[in-house]
Write a protein that binds this ligand. Structure first.
Ligand code: NOJ
Length: 564
């Protein structure tokens, strides 16, 4: 058995946390109070490139195998960069994303990479440092920024530091981890065992015994991770990091998330990162309720954080064919974060794939994407979502691998991912859900993603405008205004599985100037109309599609143009 075969496949008890999360979300909905104040456009900050970015998450092992060993690699990603963005603004045949997030690419014990063995070595399965540099250069040439996963919270139990530490208190590395004599009788946030025995001591490992937590109250650990960070920013020219398990860095007894110490550590860390590169972005994985995530942004602990509640409630609303849950959450998000400063997404590598959560219904997947690209926030796409890849972790014995299967490029054996035996079997839906087939189809999901990303990027109101929720006489319709000082756009979604007719919309007070506006249709099927906005930036009970109806799960996007 060689080193590659030895990659372990470990699993995490996320099912329990998801259940708790759903209960929390529901409670929050029941207690949510009134509408937020209208939001004005976020301030323009020169170096905040990420505000207008569209990100794409890649699991390198499953993206494209360039050397016929059955595993995806960095050269494979390079070969597919033109698919993501060919760098030529005149073409519309690429996806148009402007940044990628690479899941862990450093040497690790398991296939997924979240149990690091060496923080500055490229995972041998993926290639070499030279390959990584070529990837960065090729991406930057096309205007694609690259951020990498950084797993600060824990190492692998096979990392040389831990191998040394576990020899006993005399080890130089003993204090790099968290030890206790007696096993305290408490469990982790999702009921998991967190104290693991090693001889007569116990060490803390929030996720699994194979992932011992680093001790960030030890300045030597912080100094080491600063050096690691400097390496990636200065030597490897990355544009930022997705910080894994951000809320768990430093425990305070039984408080294992969102401690003051974690927040303070991050504030100092972000200063350090911006001292090296003011443009670098830190994206926090803070899998928690909005009320606990937003304070990280307010405190300047990270630049962006994923909005998990928003993602979950959007999918819930799509399945309920009623936007109410999502609308309530969107209102909370708009009020809770500084303008647009959070990361939006539909699903990620820890969740069942979008299609599988939507009964494999392409019309709802389309509406999910339209919503993602028209609300404020920085959107992230999980690889394969744009072609409707399916995959569910499973209930009894969840397998994360089911949602991390090889990317489906072509309707050929192994979906064009590899010419060898793939490390993980390709999903059986690859004959219909693949890039080649959808590339040529004007009504495919891939074409839809391309159109919506372009629309977002050519309309500043969508890319960085503020938002105001509309009120509607139809409970199945969701409408909002996106606006900058120079552009105003109305977005109207029908979440119902039936056509909706005769809807009247009301815009509460906003910053838009009084006057008569023509509506130009940017997306969707409607006749142009007129709207009169009063001196408080309002309009009331307006049928934005005179005599028209909204087809099930469709969207209308209207640009307001001042009348002559
Ligand atoms: C969160 C990551 O998203 C997940 O995939 C990983 O297993 C855990 N953190 C532990 O690193």
């Amino acid at each position: 058995m060689n080193a590659k075969d030895e990659k372990r496949i470990s699993r995490f008890p996320f099912a329990v946390s998801r259940l708790l999360f759903a209960v929390f979300s529901f409670t929050l909905l029941l207690t949510a109070c009134g509408e937020p104040e209208p939001i004005t456009a976020p301030p323009t900050a020169g170096s905040d490139w990420w505000r207008e970015a569209v990100f794409y998450e890649i699991f390198v092992r499953s993206y494209r195998d360039s050397d016929r060993d059955g595993m995806g690699d960095l050269q494979g990603v390079i070969e597919k960069l033109d698919y993501l963005n060919d760098g030529d603004p005149a073409t519309d045949t690429d996806l148009g994303v402007t940044a990628v997030w690479l899941m862990p690419i450093t040497e690790a014990a398991s296939y997924h990479g979240y149990d690091t063995l060496d923080y500055t070595a490229i995972e041998a399965d993926y290639g070499t440092e030279a390959d990584f540099r070529r990837l960065i250069d090729a991406a930057h040439e096309r205007g694609i920024r690259v951020i990498v996963d950084l797993v600060l919270n824990h190492t692998s139990s096979l990392h040389p530091w831990f191998v040394d530490a576990r020899t006993g208190p005399d080890s130089d590395k003993w204090d790099w981890y968290v030890w206790i004599d007696e096993n305290p009788a408490y469990f982790g946030p999702w009921g998991q065992t967190v104290w693991h025995q090693n001889g007569r001591f116990h060490y803390f490992g929030l996720f699994t015994p194979e992932m011992p937590d680093l001790n960030y109250t030890n300045p030597d650990v912080t100094a080491e991770m600063y050096a690691v960070t400097r390496f990636w920013l200065e030597e490897m020219s990355v544009d930022g990091f997705r910080l894994d398990a951000t809320r768990h860095l430093i425990e305070d007894g039984e408080q294992m998330s969102n401690t003051t110490a974690t927040r303070d550590w991050l504030i100092a860390y972000r200063d350090f990162v911006h001292g090296i590169n003011p443009d670098a972005v830190l994206v926090g994985e803070i899998w928690d309720e909005t009320v606990r995530v937003a304070p990280y942004i307010d405190a300047g602990a990270v630049d962006l954080a994923f909005e998990f509640n928003l993602a979950e409630l959007l999918l819930l609303s799509l399945n309920q064919t009623n936007p109410a849950s999502f609308r309530g959450q969107l209102a909370e998000v708009l009020a809770g974060y500084p303008g647009g400063q959070y990361a939006t997404f539909l699903t990620n590598h820890d969740m069942d794939r979008l299609m599988s959560q939507l009964d494999e219904d392409p019309t709802r997947a389309r509406l999910a994407a339209t919503t993602l690209f028209t609300i404020p926030g920085v959107p992230f796409i999980y690889y394969g979502e744009e072609i409707g890849m399916t995959g569910a972790r499973g209930a009894l014995q969840p397998r994360d691998e089911n949602v991390r299967t090889p990317m489906q490029w072509e309707p050929v054996e192994n979906a064009g991912f590899t010419d060898a035996l793939p490390w993980l079997r390709v999903n059986q839906g690859y004959l219909g859900q693949n890039v080649i087939v959808q590339d040529a189809a004007p009504d495919s999901l891939l074409t839809h993603y391309r159109q919506l990303i372009r629309l977002r990027q050519t309309h500043p109101a969508l890319a960085r405008g503020g938002a105001v929720l509309l009120e509607s006489s139809c409970d199945r319709m969701l409408g909002y205004l996106r606006a900058t000082a120079d552009e105003q756009i109305l977005v109207l979604h029908n979440f119902a599985d039936d056509p909706v007719r005769d809807c009247a919309f009301t815009l509460p007070a906003s910053d838009i100037a009084a006057g008569v506006y023509e509506t130009a249709v940017l997306f969707g099927d409607a006749a142009a109309g007129q709207i009169t906005v009063d001196k408080d930036g309002r309009f009331q009970d307006v049928q934005l599609t005179p005599n028209g109806e909204h087809a099930p799960f469709t969207t209308l996007i209207l640009q307001l143009q001042p009348g002559s």
